[in-house]
Design a protein around this ligand. Sequence first.
Ligand code: BEZ
Ligand code: FE
Length: 309
Amino acid sequence: MSFENTAVPNQLFDAEHSAAIVASSFDATPDPRLRELLTALVAHLHAFVHEVRLTPDEWERAIEFLTATGHMCTDSRQEFILLSDTLGVSMLVESLAGEGGADLTEATVEGPFHVVASPERENGASLNDADEPGDPLLVTGRVTDEAGAPVAGATVDVWHANADGFYDVQKPEAMGVGDLRAALTTDDGGRFWFRSIVPSYYPIPTDGPVGGMLRATGRHEFRPAHVHFQVTAPGLRRLTTHLFVGGSPYIDSDAVFGVKESLVFDFPWVDDAARAAEVGLPNPFRHVDFPVVLHREEPAGTGAGGTVG
Ligand code: BEZ
Ligand code: FE
């Protein structure tokens, strides 16, 4: 059998130059971005092995850990994303992708619970189909671009946990799928608003290898209370983010590093019977206003920036 014409040069291995030797095997990769990614990956992996002088036993443990992570994955459970989340990689990727201006609403992780389509609801609707107990909440907001122009017709997809920290998909019999979720559409002024209850902080899943990693390192598994948002509109970059409840436990130590200061808001009590009646909530209720600023993308071919998402 002949191996002529392979991309791998006839280069014998030596530990000192290991990364360069392996990187050269990618020289003929037709896709330049794939070549860049693989070359840098090998450089960093080899530097890591050199730096910590990884032993064969440790390498084997790492392979077992990754294998167990794969075995934990199903259609509704993504342990690799959880691993990426708990190592801060998901937040780094989101943060870099969301860069573009000081005034833009910052991005955070999407998380594993955006697994069902949110029911379309009118502005002002209640998300609390199952009549879950909790502090009554009014959320208002306005979607604009970075120039301050309102974005009419934007889709505002929201989902959040109940006051015990469970999502509908974790308790489908009790809550019904679609509870505490909504797909809203902004009005002519870019506004959206809805009624719900204040969510609780909650634990990320710990029954897999990621849970083992958290226990082995003395880390806790909790996320501070938050409402997820994904906002989309033609011509604007999609934003995946959270609105965090100021003062929530774990606001300074989110297990997935999702908190950014600009996304933490007070949810003060409002004691105003007339306003409560107007919006259809008991008095008193809690209120938060969330301004959402999206990045306007240049149409393809008109500038240096490409499209993202
Ligand atoms: C969430 O907020 O839904 C979430 C994000 C990352 C890991 C686990 C849960
Ligand atoms: Fe969440």
